[in-house]
Design a protein around this ligand. Structure first.
Ligand code: ATP
Length: 980
């Protein structure tokens, strides 16, 4: 019979080791284990073979293996043994035991080998047959640690005369961080013999090695437990281990950071149960039966009874809130098609998974009522509660955590594994110093993990959540500030920098102490600075005089006058003999700033001290740009305004001292950082020695330039802190005087809407105003016929407003054409400008008085606010009309009618759409990820975390006093600190 099925034989031959181990385990298990376990094992083993046989249609073999229940168990084992070439099970077991003993001998031989010596030489060698340790995401750094450890271990071994146990203890004391290969291999070797004897799996473990019991208490220090491989979870089976690994849960930390999505709360009344309602309930399995409906159709029905609290109709009407208990039955049905799945044995096997009396957690949608208090459930999930602890949850009526699904892992497995991970934790896992926890009223990490995963009540869960959010923000802030401190030299400088971060509002230089050039520019202005402009300049100049590079973000609402603040800062450094670079994202803006500054310089009294300014963009001719670059290199040119060309390799500065980056969110961190590589050299002589006295000192020679970043999109303070935690923040909070609020209207873009708008335009033009028409696209598209296009509308607008010249501006035009179009509009040669979003940033035509935005529903609130900011920049009363093609978009746009405060709108946008959407695709790429925190509502915790990080670094600049924090910081993906 056996000879007749050669494929059976080859299948068996390919798995002899695994099968031998399984049979041997099963045989031993039969003497000591629970009946349920034994049956499951037999069933699984039998069905695996059986399935294979039925697929190949080996009826004779199938018959051979058709065994049923416990009475047939020994027969099954015997038959499998025979198929494997043994005379009976007994022989198989003896041979298996002999094999194990020889393996143990091998281990003792291995113990004699100079293990640390080998490890030191070849760090990746694994001694013994333990599986390799997972190196988390940080393979390289772990390897380094491993090598370091091995080296130390070797030295110690030499010193301790080869006493391995002592060496092991030593390694643990010296390197409390993370799992080390040496540690774990050693452990694996020691435990190997006992491990193979352990009842490791409650599932079919035929094809894998068993996993050890928890090693948590054995080797690693408390902190590193979090970064241990999940293979050390107590009681984890090989299959579960593989599943979790495949799902990305490589370490205990990854598991514990999988936070509940919500909690099922059984204390509240459930209300009445109705069709289509989504429910989540605990219950008891009352029946489970499988039936064969047709030849190829199988069917399983599990009935779970749940006790719920329901508001009775009379109670409801009284609105007293009292509830009455009742029991409902949920029918969970599943159909299986195919001969394999309609077999009796399969159905029996599957239905036996749900035993009467077992506790289950069920969620799904009510399909229909079958009878009184009986409901059909669809799209359901059912998780059996096996763990004692989970059953306690039910009895204690604690909030039951519901985990978001990940990698198709069963929620029950996730929840079970998290419970096991919690068991590994010790109270010492927290790297955050106790005093910080006390100061900010936070639980320690041990309690926080317990609190979030197994809360006793909602308050505990909230408290825990607060701590975990704090962690997200704290390490981000700590990382950024730590990097910032690393960049400066001496301790005194570091302390000064921290002090500055703490009390930036105290630091200012009065206008009478500004450098002569800055004062001259101030005098040349046709207006007075507003109070917050003045404060911003004072603050920035104070910063410029520090011996450490400034890193400051200047933000304010549209049209608040940031540019002049930046110009004054540039003049301050130019006055001291250094250079300034002003980088903007578009050529249009570069030209605008250049013309603006040149016109201001014309008002200077006395020509002799006027700084030499240049414009460098992609459109600058090669000859001209060569001259400019040469001027920058020799120091002849004091300030350059331009686009990306400024950070090109060939642009070299003689003494660059400040880089202003306008619209900084449009540049990546790398581009911003490129200015830093343009260190200044001491070749330039100061023209004004009184402001920076130590300019030729060694420490300054290689100082990176100060960075003043400007953001035109107002960002809520919390968001700014998260994005630019290492930057000082200056806000301009008021607008220049005389500005009149922009009258804003959101209208539906139907015939009546257009009629109204055209009439308003006409009035405005007659009144001497200038009008922007903003379009979402340049040309019409077949796919999006509802979108108005700038080019397509050009002729019709021209016709409609005859006598008022029109201009066209879009991104596909050549640079000189764009300048021409904007120049004509500015000078009044054209009165209507049809444009795309290119005007969104920075375009400044003070007498433009009306804007109409077509298809406004296509833009975000903050973007529309930016666009609107192009009008109302002078003293003239202005209007802005948002036309949308769908009435449903109107309510969203109405918020712009009510407010013209950019910070308020940004906050509203943040709440409405979250930080990712608010910042747009490009900017949200800079946002660090927070697994649990929500910036829009957890801003307060972010501020606290910022403070805490400053305090910690104030106590220990290099974190030497807090080794745990330093390690934790390095484990939290240092790349995200850069923000790109
Ligand atoms: N204190 C002031 N008093 C009067 N006008 C001012 C003052 N400050 C700036 N302005 C003018 O306000 C207009 C807008 O200034 P600026 O271009 O600097 O704004 P901005 O903050 O860069 O805004 P946006 O981000 O929208 O470009 C300019 O025409 C500028 O000359």
């Amino acid at each position: 019979m056996i000879a007749s099925s050669s494929s059976v034989q080859s299948w068996i031959n390919g798995r002899t080791d695994q099968l031998a181990r399984a049979v041997s385990l099963e045989f031993r298990g039969g003497r000591s284990r629970r009946i349920g376990y034994r049956m499951r094992f037999s069933n699984a083993l039998g069905s695996k073979l059986f399935r294979w046989c039925s697929r190949e249609n080996h009826t004779s073999v199938r018959k051979l293996l058709e065994v049923d229940g416990t009475s047939e168990r020994s027969k099954l084992l015997n038959k499998v043994s025979v198929l494997m070439g043994y005379s009976n099970t007994q022989e198989l077991i003896e041979q298996e035991r002999a094999r194990r003993e020889s393996a143990t001998e091998l281990i003792s031989v291995v113990k004699e080998i100079d293990f640390p010596e080998i490890c030191a030489k070849f760090p990746c060698i694994k001694i013994g047959d333990s599986s390799p340790i997972e190196l988390y995401d940080e393979a390289a750094s772990m390897k380094q640690k491993e090598t370091m450890l091995s080296e130390n271990l070797t030295n110690f071994m030499r010193e301790s005369g080869g006493n391995f146990e002592a060496a092991y203890e030593f390694s643990d004391k010296c390197y409390p961080l993370g799992p080390t290969l040496t540690n774990v291999d050693h452990l694996s070797i020691n435990e190997e013999s006992s491990l193979t004897m352990q009842p490791v799996s409650n599932e079919l473990a035929v094809d894998s090695d068993p996993c050890p019991e928890s090693l948590a208490d054995a080797t690693v220090s408390d902190c590193s437990i979090l970064d241990r491989s999940i293979r050390y979870l107590p009681g984890i089976t090989s299959r579960q281990y593989r599943q979790l690994e495949d799902g990305g849960f490589h370490t205990v930390r990854k598991l514990l950071q999988h936070f509940p999505r919500t909690y099922a709360d059984l204390q509240n009344p459930q209300g009445s149960i109705g069709e289509g309602q989504y429910i989540m309930l605990f219950g008891t399995v009352v029946s489970s039966r499988g039936a064969r409906l047709k030849h190829t159709l199988g069917y399983l029905e599990v009935v779970v009874s749940c006790s719920i609290s329901e508001l009775s109709s009379s109670v409801k009407s009284c609105n007293s809130g009292a509830a009455q208990k009742k029991t409902i039955h949920l029918h969970l049905k599943k159909f299986f098609s195919g001969t394999r799945f309609s077999s009796q044995s399969f159905l029996k096997c599957i239905s036996s998974k749900y035993r009467e009396g077992d506790l289950a957690y069920v969620s799904g949608k009510i399909k229909k009522a079958l009878a009184n208090d009986h409901y059909d459930l669809r799209e359901y999930t059912i998780d059996m509660l096996e763990e004692e602890e989970q059953q306690c949850t039910l009895l204690d009526r604690k909030p039951y955590p519901i985990y978001p699904s990940k990698a198709r892992l069963k929620p029950s497995l996730l929840s079970l594994s998290i419970s096991r991970a919690l068991k590994m934790l010790t109270p010492g896992i927290d790297p955050i110093p106790h005093e910080v926890l006390v100061e900010f009223n936070l639980p320690n990490l041990f309690d926080a993990y317990k609190g979030i995963h197994k809360p006793k009540n909602r308050d505990e869960a909230d408290f825990a959540r607060r701590r975990l959010i704090f962690d997200d923000f704290f390490y981000l802030q700590l990382g950024r500030l730590f990097q910032m401190l690393e960049a400066v030299g001496t301790r005194v400088e570091k302390e000064e920098l921290l002090l500055k971060c703490n009390n930036h509002e105290l630091n200012a230089v009065g206008a009478d102490e500004w450098s002569p050039l800055a004062r001259k520019l101030l005098k040349a202005l046709p207006y007075l600075l507003t109070l917050s402009q003045l404060n911003a300049v004072k603050e920035i100049i104070w910063d410029l005089r520090r011996p450490v590079p400034m890193n400051r973000l200047l933000q304010g609402d549209v049209g608040c006058g940031k540019t002049i603040v930046a110009f004054l800062a540039c003049m301050e450094v130019i006055s001291s003999g250094f250079q300034a670079a002003f980088m903007v994202p578009t050529e249009v803006l570069a030209l605008q700033h250049y013309e603006h500054l040149t016109s201001l310089l014309e008002n200077f009294d006395g020509d002799e001290c006027k700084p030499n300014i240049a414009l460098l963009t992609g459109s600058t001719s090669t000859r001209e740009s060569r001259v400019i670059r040469n001027g920058l290199k020799t120091g002849e040119i004091a300030m350059v305004i331009g686009t990306h060309s400024l950070i090109a390799d060939k642009t070299e500065f003689s003494a660059l001292r400040i880089s202003v980056i306008d619209e900084q969110q449009r540049f990546g961190v790398v581009q911003r950082g490129m200015f830093n590589s343009k260190l200044y050299t001491p070749s330039t002589k100061s023209s004004d020695d009184d402001t920076i006295s130590d300019e030729n000192s060694d420490s300054e020679i290689f100082m990176a330039p100060h960075v003043l970043a400007m953001s035109a999109t107002p960002i809520p303070r919390t968001l700014a802190l998260a994005l630019y935690g290492d930057m000082s923040l200056t806000q301009i909070t008021d607008l220049p005087p005389g500005r009149q609020p922009i009258e804003t209207l959101a209208l539906e873009g139907n015939d009546a809407g257009f009629e109204t708008v055209f009439q308003m335009m006409s009035d405005e033009l007659v009144d001497g105003g200038k009008v922007y028409l903003v379009y979402p696209v340049i040309e019409e598209s077949e796919h999006l016929p509802q979108l108005h296009a700038a080019k397509a509308d050009f002729d019709s607008i021209k016709q409609k407003f005859e006598g008022y010249p029109c201009g066209l501006l879009h991104g596909r035009m050549r640079s000189d054409e764009k300048d021409g179009a904007l120049g004509s509009f500015r000078s009044g040669e054209t009165r209507i400008l049809l444009s795309t979003q290119v005007i969104e940033i920075g375009v400044d035509v003070p007498d433009a008085s009306m804007m109409v935005v077509m298809n406004a529903e296509r833009f975000g609130i903050s973007q529309l606010h930016q666009l609107r900011g192009r009008v109302g920049r002078g003293n003239r009363k202005s209007r802005c009309i948002f036309l949308c093609s769908t009435p449903s978009a109107l309510p969203r746009l109405k918020v712009l009618e009510k407010s013209s405060d950019g910070f308020y709108l940004a906050n509203a946008d943040l709440l409405l759409r979250g930080p990712g959407d608010l910042l747009g695709k490009k900017q949200s790429g800079h946002l660090p990820e927070f697994p649990i925190a929500r910036l829009e509502i957890d801003g307060g915790i972010l501020q606290e975390a910022h403070l805490a990080a400053l305090n910690v670094l104030g106590t220990s600049n290099d974190l030497a006093q807090y080794p745990g924090l330093k390690i934790e910081l390095s484990m939290r993906q240092p790349l995200c600190i850069l923000g790109d």
